[in-house]
Design a protein around this ligand. Structure first.
Ligand SMILES: Cc1cc2nc3c(=O)[nH]c(=O)nc-3n(C[C@H](O)[C@H](O)[C@H](O)COP(=O)(O)OP(=O)(O)OC[C@H]3O[C@@H](n4cnc5c(N)ncnc54)[C@H](O)[C@@H]3O)c2cc1C
Length: 274
């Protein structure tokens, strides 16, 4: 389908993007790689009156070693994240998972900021961010704030971002232990039917689920079982606790609940063996 008509503005700096957001308010949407927003506009599920193109803000495309954390610019494309030596060395799950997103065309245009801001529970990187307790740096014309991933995803395609906010940076910890992202999909370039991220960090384990609810979610039952001394296989049986997965032609909710347990066991075993 053809999108509803809209005006187009190109931001030439972050300050300019914020100025345009203030000017157009709720009528506007930021355009990064366009690989989630444009399909929604074609289906008329999104009908912004103004698109503010931030895709050329190259100063927001970087991966940097920043002490205890790795700082990733929001406009960094999935392909650059996949290839980042800094991430491969210190937080390999992010580089690995970026390589699992779509196909090369999607990865060269889609950005980590767009993936997080879009709030799609079937996306891969938001789940990993949740497992990592990542921090999101957000700017508005009034100043900046940092949001925890745990407080960011509020509903289906809904996040804590306000209409005049620009996500500028994603901060992930340097991992001290093993990790795994298990993605189950029909074809290599497809979205996850279910995904599971597991990380070991600072002596504890975190597990998060893709496409098992309206939002990416932590598998609290699994984490509690591990903290109480259960082994990976036993803890994984708690993976479907409090989930509400969709039913669609790729799998029923019941199938997804079973799959989450299997993938969680595999993710934990891989994370604990590396
Ligand atoms: C064929 C296909 C296959 C795909 N497969 C997968 C997959 O397997 N796994 C997966 O996780 N994803 C997949 N995707 C989605 C892809 O990763 C998207 O690129 C990504 O989710 C959104 O990034 P974007 O830069 O394209 O964002 P856009 O589409 O430009 O924007 C998405 C939303 O985020 C907002 N936004 C963008 N940047 C910012 C910012 N810096 N600050 C505030 N708001 C912002 C926009 O206003 C919009 O609402 C696929 C997409 C396609 C088309």
């Amino acid at each position: 389908m053809i999108p509803a008509s809209f005006e187009y503005e190109r931001a030439d700096s972050s300050d300019h993007a914020l100025e345009l957001l203030d000017r157009h308010g709720e009528e506007a949407k930021l355009l990064a790689g366009g690989h989630s927003l444009l399909p929604m506009m074609r289906l008329r599920l999104a009908t912004p009156a103004v698109l503010i193109d931030v895709g050329r803000l190259t100063d927001l495309s970087y991966v940097r070693d920043d002490g205890d954390a790795i700082a990733i610019g929001a406009l960094t494309c999935h392909e650059d994240i996949k290839d980042s030596d800094v991430l491969k060395q210190h937080c390999g799950i992010v580089a690995h998972t970026a390589g699992e997103v779509g196909d090369p065309q999607v990865r060269h245009l889609g950005t980590i900021g767009g993936s997080i801001a879009h709030g799609d529970p079937a996306s891969d990187l938001p789940t990993v961010m949740l497992a990592l307790d990542a921090q999101f740096v957000v700017r508005s014309s009034g100043g900046g704030r940092t949001l925890a991933a745990s407080n960011f995803f509020s509903g289906l395609f809904e996040t804590a971002l306000e209409p005049t906010n620009l996500l500028t940076e994603v901060r992930v910890p340097k991992l001290s232990g093993g990790w795994s992202y298990q993605k189950f999909h029909h074809r290599a370039q497809d979205w996850a039917i279910v995904g599971v991220a597991a990380v070991q960090h600072n002596g504890g384990a975190a597990v998060a689920l893709t496409n098992m609810s309206d939002v990416p979610m932590r598998a609290a039952g699994v984490e509690q079982a591990l903290a109480s001394g259960s082994d990976a296989a036993t803890a994984a049986t708690e993976a479907a606790q409090n989930t509400s997965p969709p039913s669609d032609p790729f799998g029923s909710a019941e199938y997804r609940r079973d799959l989450a347990k299997v993938l969680t066991r595999r993710a934990l075993q891989e994370a604990m063996s590396s």
